[in-house]
Each structure stands twice: as structure tokens, then as C-alpha cells.
Write a protein that binds this ligand. Structure first.
Ligand SMILES: Cc1cc2nc3c(=O)[nH]c(=O)nc-3n(C[C@H](O)[C@H](O)[C@H](O)COP(=O)(O)OP(=O)(O)OC[C@H]3O[C@@H](n4cnc5c(N)ncnc54)[C@H](O)[C@@H]3O)c2cc1C
Length: 446
């Protein structure tokens, strides 16, 4: 018989799309739900590039998790990093931001930790070619982008100036394409006539992609349309190239014939590849679950781990039927896992039907008034694609205020090309050395 005095303890690791939708599905369940996240906000990752390029503010794409879940009275949030899981003791091991260890007991566990940037075994590239997965990443990229134009303006050496005005993007998926379009728009429209020594429109944007097409997942027709739009914008595409080195002054790539070329560029951004965070490997070790090459955890059709009906894995970090890492997959799988836990708490005996993803399509923004959208057999591009993109993102942005603010910002960018969120912070330069103390002046004699 169910114990109605002590509610079931449900722990959700991760407050991204999957974790949030799992928590929402548990709203009316007789359960004490704890969402553990190492950040205090829920982030709308698909619009990170708009924050990085100065269209949207951080507040428009990230909401405090507590605020988002404030009406879910059975849900609490815990700012901590989960480090391990003990499935026998049913405990999540975590660390508070200061490093202090915590133990969080659970009856049901939902793991929704997403994926992080992968440098394919070359983590040393990260120092020179940041990725874009977190809010801090986006703000760091914003600083790099706008600072590069400032540095070019004050550079006296023409070669150095060229390097500051060259932006290289590694990876021709949606994020690489979106950022490439944004940088060309910043250079050609946003910064138009603001600088005196440089012509910002001369900035080069280089996009490197290992396969034969950008946006390959959208199919040949839309990939072709996207490539044409990017070329018209002035983006230089280098398809079929592999990056073999990145440093502070640029990158080296190898083409299919094995020829190496060096591209000097002071701004290199990495948008290729993802891997599971370390907690996924810890969970796999503890439960015997298998992982795919990127570290995603294999789940049963009901999203539980084999032999562990109390542990479910959802969102980007789950490996099931080769489902793509999309927000919609995360939302649907998170909601499914939350509902499954709720039904089990309510004592429903029927085994849940296997998780089935309903494909609602995918979209990528290229520039003002241009986007590609694929929904089943419907392929949209150009202005119609952009309108569809707009409606999709408005529907999914969290919170009315974010939606309202985003519409205003998009209207400004669309009408004038100007961006309201261009401020960036910089660390103060080191203080000048204090001169050594000389002999003390003697007191004037009377
Ligand atoms: C730049 C970018 C653009 C994208 N564009 C699109 C798009 O246009 N359309 C689309 O459908 N999808 C897009 N995606 C993918 C989409 O954002 C992801 O599929 C979705 O966010 C996955 O949700 P999730 O909940 O699985 O993971 P996430 O949203 O990544 O959330 C994981 C959460 O877990 C937390 N976490 C991780 N490890 C720990 C730990 N050890 N302890 C505690 N907390 C932890 C993180 O802080 C995070 O809050 C994009 C992603 C990026 C990065």
C-alpha cells in the first residue's frame, strides 16, 4: 500500500528543457520533487546566439529556475553539481558551489543533464575557440565579437587589423550557420558608420564544415538554400575541411586531399560536436548502462535504465532510436518521464506505453527575414521560413515577459539592423607596479 504520509522523493538532475518538463508533469503528484542544477537558471539554448550577438539580453533567454517553478508547490530547487549516483543506497552525490559535499536521497531519479561541447579529444582548442552551451559562453562570445572590432580600430599594423576582422566558425550545423549570419549582419549593418579607421563591413566570416553541406540534417534542398543565403551575405564557406590546429592567432585546416591551409583569425568559435558531461559516465558505471560514442546513456523504450526501473534518463543525454538532440525531444521525453513517475506514485498498474517522439520539425535562423524550417515533408525557407521560425520561438520561449521583450527586440533588429544588447564587460587591466619606496623625506627643520 502507498504511504501517503511521506511523499515519494523524486530527484531530477538538470533544469533544462527535459528537467523542467519532467518537474511540470509532477506538479500535482503526491511527491516531494527536488530539481538539482549547477546553474540557478533555466536556459533557452536555441536563442543563445541571439544573446551572443547582442539582439537579446541574458534575462530574455534565461529565467531563474525557482521563478519558473514557483507555482509548483511540491518542487524545490537545489543549486549544486551532481557528481555521482549510488543506485543501491538511492542517493545522488552532489557538491554545493563552494565544494561542500551533499547527499540527496531519492525514490525515483530522472537524469536530464544535457550534453556539453566536445573538441573531439583536443580540449586544448577550448582556450582559443570557445563553444556556446551556457549563458557565460554566450556573454563571452559577445565580448569577443564586439571587442574584435574595437581592437581592429586601434591596430596600426594592417596585418593585425585583418586578423581582428577575420572571424572563423568551426561547424556548419544550426549554431555555426546562425552565428555566421549574425556576424556578417553585425559587420554590415549594426556597426555601419560607427568606426572611423576601419570599415566593419570588410570583416571576413569563414565557416568550416567537415561534410559537403551546411545544415545537412535539414536535407539537400534546405541545405542548398541556406548555403546560397550565407554566400549572398558574404560568408566564405569551406566545406569538406577538418580542423587540425587552433591557437590564439588562427586555425589550420586540412582538406580532403590532405592539403593543409593556415587561416589567421583572432576570433575562432567552436560549434562542432557534443559529448556527455562526466555525471553520465558516473551513472553508467554505477548502473552498468551502456553509452554511445558521445557518452549518451542507452535507455529502455520507457526511458528507464535496464534493471533500474526507478532511474529514467531524458533529453539530449539519453540514447534511444538515434533521436536528435533537439529541444522538442527533450521536452517530450522529460514530460513522459515525469508522467510515468506520477502514474507509478498514483499506483497505476498498467505498464506505460513506450516513449514515442512526435517530430514537430526543426528550424534555423540565418539572417534578418531568412530562416529554414523543416516540418515533416514541409520545407520552408526565405521569408516564409523566417515567419514560421518566429512563431515557433514565440510559442516556446519561457514566460510572457520574455516573449514580449523578444518581440520588441526582433522588431528593432528587423526594422533597423541595430542591436540593443551590445554592452560587454572586460576585466580591469592589471594595476601599474607601485614604485619602490625611497628614503622618507625628513621633517623640515625650523
Ligand atoms: C547553441 C544551441 C542552439 C540550439 N538550437 C536549437 C534549435 O534551434 N532547435 C532545437 O530544437 N534545439 C536546439 N538546440 C538543442 C537544445 O537546446 C537541446 O536539445 C536541449 O536544450 C536539451 O535539453 P536537456 O534538458 O536535455 O539539456 P539542457 O538544456 O542542456 O539542460 C541540462 C541542464 O543540466 C544541468 N546540468 C548538467 N550537468 C549537471 C550536473 N552534473 N549537476 C547538476 N546539473 C547539471 C545544466 O546546467 C543544464 O541546466 C540548441 C542547443 C544549443 C547549445
Amino acid at each position: 500500500m502507498e504511504d501517503h504520509v511521506t511523499p515519494r522523493r523524486v530527484v531530477i538532475i538538470g533544469g533544462g528543457f527535459a528537467g523542467l518538463f519532467a518537474a511540470r508533469a509532477l506538479r500535482h503528484a503526491p511527491a516531494a520533487v527536488t530539481v538539482i542544477d549547477r546553474r540557478a537558471h533555466h536556459l533557452f539554448q536555441p536563442l543563445l546566439y541571439q544573446c551572443a550577438s547582442g539582439i537579446l539580453s541574458e534575462g530574455q533567454i534565461a529565467q531563474p529556475l525557482r521563478g519558473v517553478l514557483r507555482r509548483h508547490h511540491n518542487v524545490d530547487c537545489l543549486l549544486a553539481e551532481a557528481t555521482d549516483v549510488d543506485p543501491q543506497a538511492k542517493v545522488v552525490h552532489a557538491q554545493r558551489p563552494g565544494g561542500e559535499p551533499l547527499e540527496v536521497p531519492y525514490d525515483d531519479l530522472i537524469v536530464a543533464v544535457g550534453m556539453r561541447q566536445s573538441y573531439f579529444g583536443h580540449d586544448e582548442y577550448a582556450a582559443h575557440a570557445p563553444g556556446m552551451k551556457t549563458l557565460d559562453d554566450a556573454l563571452g562570445i559577445r565580448r569577443r565579437l564586439y571587442q574584435a572590432f574595437e581592437m581592429a580600430e586601434t591596430a596600426t599594423d594592417p596585418e593585425e587589423r585583418r586578423q581582428w576582422l577575420t572571424f572563423a566558425l568551426v561547424g556548419g550545423g544550426p549554431t555555426g550557420v546562425e552565428l555566421a549570419g549574425q556576424i556578417r549582419e553585425i559587420a554590415g549593418h549594426t556597426l555601419d558608420r560607427e568606426f572611423r579607421a576601419i570599415d566593419s563591413a570588410q570583416a571576413r566570416v569563414l565557416l568550416f564544415e567537415g561534410s559537403d553541406a551546411v545544415l545537412g540534417a535539414f536535407g539537400p534542398h534546405l541545405a542548398d538554400r541556406a548555403a546560397r543565403t550565407l554566400r549572398n551575405l558574404g560568408v566564405e564557406m569551406h566545406l569538406g575541411t577538418m580542423v587540425t590546429g587552433v591557437d590564439a592567432d588562427g586555425l589550420t585546416v586540412k582538406d580532403r586531399n590532405g592539403a593543409s591551409t593556415r587561416f589567421p583569425a583572432r576570433t575562432v568559435l567552436w560549434t562542432a560536436g557534443v559529448e556527455a558531461p562526466p555525471i553520465a559516465a558516473a551513472l553508467a558505471r554505477a548502473t552498468g548502462a551502456s553509452q554511445d560514442r558521445a557518452g549518451r546513456i542507452a535507455v529502455e523504450p520507457d526511458l528507464t535504465l535496464a534493471g533500474h526501473p526507478d532511474i529514467r534518463v531524458t533529453g539530449d543525454v539519453m540514447s534511444l532510436d538515434r533521436l536528435p538532440g533537439l529541444a522538442e525531444v527533450a521536452m517530450q521525453s522529460g514530460a513522459y518521464a515525469g508522467r510515468a513517475v506520477r502514474h507509478s506514485i498514483e499506483g497505476r498498474k498498467r505498464k506505460p506505453k513506450p516513449f514515442k517522439y512526435v517530430d514537430l520539425g526543426s528550424a534555423a535562423y540565418i539572417c534578418r527575414g531568412r530562416a529554414v524550417v523543416k516540418v515533416g515533408r514541409i520545407h520552408l525557407s526565405g521569408r516564409t521560413g523566417w515567419l514560421a521560425w518566429l512563431l515557433i520561438h514565440l510559442a516556446f520561449l519561457t514566460g510572457f515577459r520574455s516573449r514580449f521583450g523578444a518581440v520588441l527586440s526582433w522588431a528593432v533588429v528587423f526594422a533597423s539592423g541595430s542591436r540593443r544588447e551590445r554592452a560587454f564587460t572586460m576585466p580591469d587591466p592589471p594595476a601599474p607596479p607601485v614604485p619602490p619606496a625611497g628614503p622618507k623625506p625628513s621633517a623640515p627643520s625650523s
